[in-house]
Design a protein around this ligand. Structure first.
Ligand SMILES: Nc1ncnc2c1ncn2[C@@H]1O[C@H](COP(=O)(O)OP(=O)(O)OP(=O)(O)O)[C@@H](O)[C@H]1O
Ligand SMILES: [Mg+2]
Length: 274
C-alpha cells in the first residue's frame, strides 16, 4: 500500500465480510472508477466478531474465501486482505470507537454494540490502509452515515463514499444473508422493496406525513414478516425523525423466518426500488 502510494497510485478500499455478491463487486467497480486504472483497489474480507451480538449468526456466517478471491480477481481487484481475528484484535487490546447519536436510532437498540464493533474494526482497517477512498453500500445506510462521520471526526485521510443499493430483479436488496432464506421466504422478501417503492410513489404524489408513510410500509411488511424491528422515516443525514425537507430516509428491519433483513430508500432522491 505504501509502495503503491509512493509510486503515485491512489488507493480505493472496500471493506467486506466476504461471501461476495454483485453488490460488493459494484463497490469494487466504484472504487476503481474513483482511483482510475493506475490506482490500486483493495478489498478486505473479515467477519468481525465484535459487531455480532451473542445471539447473532457469527459462527454460521458464510465463509468462502477461495470463491471470494476469484470473484475479486474477475472484478479487477488488485489486493485482497483477509486477516484472522488475532491479527485485528491482538491479546490485550482495549480500544473501542463509538460514534454518538448516529449509532443510537434505527438498528442501534436492536443490535447493542453493533455500530461500536463496526466503527472499531473500520478505524483499524483505515489505519492499515491509510490515505484512500473507501466505498460502502447504502443498503447499510446507517452504517454508511456512522462511518462518514467517523472519518470526518477522527480526521482520517479517508474519503468515505456511499453507493446505491444493488438489487435483484424483483427489487430485493442483495445481501450475503439472503442465502439463509428458503424459497418461500425469498418470495415473501420481495414485499420489502415493493413496500418501499409504494412509499416512494406516495411521496412523489405529494404525501409528506411521516406517520402515514410509516403506516403504509408497516402494513405491507406485516403481511410477510415474522417480526418487525422498525419502520422509520428519518432525516437522511442527521437520522433524526423526519420533520420537513425535500428528502426522507425510509428504513426498515424485519425478520422473515430466522433471517433479519434491512432495506431503505431515500425518497425524493432515489427512484422507487420496486
Ligand atoms: N446490495 C448491496 N448494494 C450495495 N452495497 C452493498 C449491498 N450489500 C452489501 N453492500 C455493502 O457491502 C459492504 C460489505 O457488507 P457485508 O460484507 O456485510 O455484506 P452484506 O451483503 O451486507 O452481508 P450481510 O447482509 O450478511 O451483512 C458494505 O458497505 C455493504 O453496505
Ligand atoms: Mg452486512
Amino acid at each position: 500500500m505504501e509502495d503503491a502510494r509512493a509510486a503515485g497510485r491512489r488507493v480505493g478500499f472496500v471493506p467486506t465480510m466476504g461471501a461476495l455478491h454483485d453488490g460488493h463487486l459494484t463497490l469494487a467497480r466504484e472504487a476503481r472508477a474513483r482511483v482510475g486504472e493506475g490506482g490500486l483497489v483493495a478489498v478486505s474480507i473479515f467477519v468481525n466478531p465484535t459487531q455480532f451480538g451473542p445471539n447473532e449468526d457469527f459462527s454460521k456466517y458464510p465463509r468462502e474465501l477461495e470463491g471470494d478471491v476469484e470473484r475479486c480477481a474477475s472484478a479487477g481487484v488488485d489486493v485482497v486482505f483477509a486477516p484472522d481475528a488475532a491479527a485485528m484484535y491482538p491479546e490485550g487490546e482495549k480500544t473501542r470507537v463509538h460514534v454518538h447519536a448516529l449509532s443510537t436510532p434505527l438498528c442501534g437498540p436492536f443490535r447493542p454494540g453493533h455500530f461500536e464493533g463496526v466503527a472499531t474494526i473500520v478505524t483499524k482497517l483505515f489505519a492499515l490502509v491509510g490515505r484512500s477512498v473507501a466505498v460502502f453500500g447504502r443498503k447499510d445506510y446507517q452504517q454508511w452515515r456512522v462511518l462518514s462521520r467517523l472519518a470526518e471526526d477522527l480526521m482520517l485521510p479517508v474519503e468515505v463514499v456511499g453507493v446505491r443499493t444493488v438489487r435483484e430483479k424483483d427489487g430485493l436488496a442483495m445481501s450475503s444473508r439472503n442465502r439463509y432464506l428458503s424459497n418461500e421466504e425469498r418470495a415473501k422478501a420481495g414485499a420489502i422493496p415493493k413496500a418501499l417503492g409504494a412509499a416512494a410513489r406516495r411521496w412523489n404524489d405529494g404525501e409528506r406525513d411521516a406517520l402515514a408513510l410509516r403506516a403504509m410500509v408497516e402494513a405491507e411488511l406485516r403481511a410477510v414478516a415474522d417480526s418487525i424491528d422498525y419502520v422509520e422515516v428519518r432525516h437522511p443525514l442527521s437520522l433524526e425523525p423526519y420533520a420537513a425537507g425535500d428528502q426522507a430516509l425510509v428504513a426498515v428491519a424485519l425478520r422473515i423466518g430466522k433471517t433479519r433483513l434491512i432495506d431503505n430508500v431515500v425518497i425524493g432522491e432515489e427512484p422507487p426500488p420496486a
